[in-house]
Ligand binder design. Sequence first.
Ligand code: PEP
Ligand code: MN
Length: 338
Amino acid sequence: MIVNMKTGASRAEIDAVVEKVESYGWDVQMNIGTEKTVIAILGSNTGQVPTDNFAVMSGVETVTRIMKPYKLASREVQAKDTHVSLNGIEIGGKRIIVMAGPCAVESEEQLMETAEGVKAAGATILRGGAFKPRSSPFSFQGLEKRGLELLKQVKERYKIPVITEIVDTRDVDLVAGTADILQIGSRNMQNFSLLTAVGKSKRPVVLKRGFSCTVTEWLTAADYILAEGNRNVILCERGIRTFEDSVRFSMDISAIPVIKNACHLPVIADPSHAAGHYSLVPAIAKAAIAAGADGLLIEVHPDPEKALVDGLQSLTPANFAKLLQELKPIAEAVGRTI
Ligand code: PEP
Ligand code: MN
């Protein structure tokens, strides 16, 4: 922690800061200039004490932390990439993993038809929401338990793992009874009790980025899952809210290399929720792969015109198959396979 004293701070104000630092058992390194004094605080557990405890003191201008707030997700704790394995599929390795399917599970017919289409096109994981976190309580909330039953059936019939969203801590056992991967939605990225609960479950987790959250907040949220001993965390960039309104969310492509530098976890991209329109999905998917994403999460619906949720951003199985072909040379160009 660095305490930057105000210009002309008195000797007594500086001494009071030093005294407080020492009361925590920490050391100080003083940088005394002609007008300004900067006090570096050295200690292994400074993260336990709020910066505000110093910021409120008389004569203090600013207090900043040097250490990143996230730890377990950082490359400092683990330099080599984490690979998440399930059913012989490795996420974070050379092969780009594609997860695809409808936003919401709507019916047996819809789910089976989608599974057949996306599997034939090359997807290795089927997505489908049984519990939907909707902005309005009056919108379709998902088929819930019936949705999970359908996901169980489709898994068995098509021998494909499934990812589905979990919205409530009370449902961990229920959802983990079917899901191969638990999805934490954007709106729940900072639902810390939910993060802890999925951490305890040890099931792989896709942690979507909160659409108003920074990369640092996102990685710190990942620490909640990792802290429970669940190392199977996959991050998913899905677009953030900016002033731009020509798309549903602004895809933060730069977050992908930023995370790759700072963090060892796999990162996938969801171009569907960023785009908000099916015509924009392919270009964003290609950009994400070029930027280093380890996988994609794409919404596919056999009949988008009749979809109960997110029809406008859903690809048809035919368009999805076309996209996967188009992604091949891009994956190859960045040393990956798909
Ligand atoms: C979804 O994947 O259907 C979804 C609700 O996404 P997000 O949480 O990113 O909005
Ligand atoms: Mn959706």
